[in-house]
Design a protein. Structure first.
Length: 185
């Protein structure tokens, strides 16, 4: 997994030593509020997730990075293509960031770098993102990075006993050059 740099961050491969920090994100009600997965309850879930990402990356089915700020190697979030559909040259992006860092433009910067890598190095034709309609911050990040709303799926996922809607945003490789905010530094 190649290291990616932005103006303020280093994106590096996830390591087993990141497990505790990954678990803290997955156990945070604020972080998990918009992620359709059960909230973390056991410390070992962090290591399990890191290893699942490694296994998927080894098969070419995913690629995930740890988000760190320059000058520190501590995982503050993660981002990547958690599902790569090689035969369609398409991937789905996913990300999480510690709440103390929300609202600073860091995730938008990370999304720009990862999407650029997907188009230029992996050869993706399109990238999609699925978000809940009430996740205004993520919608802003996606729109800032040239993603366009392509669909609204009604009550398509069951999260904690409640059916929730999903908005599907997509960005195509052909849109890359036309949106200056998406260019990596």
């Amino acid at each position: 997994i190649p290291r990616l740099s932005t103006a303020r961050m280093e994106l590096r491969a996830l390591r087993d030593s990141d497990a505790a920090d990954v678990f803290r994100l997955r156990a945070s009600p604020a972080v998990m509020r918009h992620i359709p997965k059960p909230i973390g309850t056991r410390q070992e879930e962090g290591l399990q997730l890191v290893r699942e990402f490694h296994h998927a990356a080894a098969g070419g089915n995913a690629i995930m990075w740890a988000i760190t700020v320059k000058g520190s190697d501590v995982l503050l979030g993660y981002i990547g293509f958690w599902r790569i559909l090689k035969e369609h040259h398409r991937a789905e992006i996913g990300y999480a960031l510690h709440p103390d860092l929300w609202g600073q433009g860091l995730m938008s910067e990370a999304v720009a770098a990862v999407v650029d890598h997907g188009f230029r190095k992996i050869g993706l034709h399109s990238v999609e993102a699925a978000v809940t309609p009430d996740n205004a911050a993520s919608i802003h990040v996606l729109e800032h990075n040239g993603f366009v709303l392509e669909g609204h799926l009604r009550e398509n996922i069951l999260v904690n006993g409640i059916f929730r809607d999903t908005l599907v945003f997509t960005r195509h490789a052909t849109a890359r050059a036309s949106h200056p905010a998406t260019q990596s530094p």
